[in-house]
Design a protein around this ligand. Structure first.
Ligand code: CA
Length: 221
C-alpha cells in the first residue's frame, strides 16, 4: 500500500515518514498544498495523510479539489489540537477520518489500517479463503494452524495490496505503483520475482498468472 503524506513541518514529516515506512507502507511526501494537489492527481495512492494547515493552499482546499474531480482516495486529516471546527470542516470536505495533533504514531498507523480495511471490506475474507491471515502489526502471514510465515518489506506490501483486490486482474505496472515509492527504481519485472517468492512461501495457487495481463489473487473464477 502506498501513501501520500502531506505535512509542512519538516521534522514531523520525516518522523512520520520513517514510522509509516516501518509500519509497512510505501510513502511519498508533499510539503505544501500545491505539491499535494498535483501528487494526488498524478499518482494512484491507497490513502492520504493530509495536514490541514499548509502553505500555498490549505489542506481543506486540496481535499475539496480532489473530491470535486471525483478522486475518492481515503483521506485522514491532521488537525490542530482542540479545534473541533477543523474536524467538522474536514469531514464536510470529504475526509474519511481525522487525528488531532499531537498524536502517537501507533494511533495514526491503527487508523490508517482501519481506513484501508473499511475501503476494502473483501480483504479479510480473501486471505481467510486461503487459510491465511495477515498480521499487520508484525508484518507476517499466519497459517490456519498458527504457523508464522515471515515476509520481507516488499513481500508484505505486495501481499497486502493483492489481498485488498481479490479476484481482480492486476498488471505488473499497477502492482509496482502501489508497492514502491515515487523515487524508487520501479522495474515492474521485479514484481514477478516477488510474486514467485510469495508463492514459494504461501502456496503456488495463491496468485495465478494471467498471461499478458498480470496476476489474480485468491479464489479461482
Ligand atoms: Ca501545518
Amino acid at each position: 500500500m502506498r501513501l501520500l503524506l502531506v505535512e509542512d513541518d519538516a521534522p514531523l514529516r520525516e518522523r512520520l515518514r520513517s514510522g509509516l515506512r516501518q509500519a509497512g507502507f510505501a510513502v511519498d511526501v508533499a510539503a505544501d498544498g500545491f505539491e499535494a494537489e498535483s501528487c494526488g492527481v498524478a499518482e494512484p495512492y491507497d490513502a492520504v495523510v493530509l495536514d490541514l494547515g499548509l502553505p500555498g493552499k490549505s489542506g481543506l482546499e486540496v481535499l475539496r479539489g480532489w473530491r470535486a474531480e471525483g478522486n475518492q482516495v481515503p483521506v485522514l486529516v491532521l488537525t490542530a489540537r482542540d479545534t473541533w471546527s477543523e474536524r467538522v470542516d474536514g469531514l464536510k470536505a470529504g475526509a474519511d477520518d481525522y487525528l488531532g495533533k499531537p498524536f502517537h504514531l501507533e494511533e495514526l498507523v491503527a487508523r490508517l489500517n482501519a481506513l484501508l480495511r473499511r475501503s476494502h471490506p473483501e480483504a479479510e475474507a480473501s486471505l481467510a479463503g486461503q487459510g491465511l491471515r495477515l498480521d499487520e502489526d508484525r508484518q507476517v502471514a499466519v497459517r490456519a494452524d498458527g504457523q508464522v510465515v515471515p515476509l520481507t518489506g516488499t513481500e508484505f506490501r505486495l501481499l497486502r495490496y493483492l489481498m485488498h483486490h481479490p479476484g481482480r486482474v492486476l498488471s505488473k505496472s499497477r502492482l509496482s505503483e502501489h508497492v514502491y515509492e515515487l523515487d524508487e527504481d520501479r522495474d515492474s519485472n521485479v514484481i514477478e520475482v516477488y510474486v514467485n517468492r510469495l508463492r514459494q512461501k504461501l502456496g503456488k495457487d495463491l496468485i495465478r498468472t494471467r498471461r499478458g495481463q498480470g496476476y489474480v489473487f485468491g479464489e479461482r473464477d
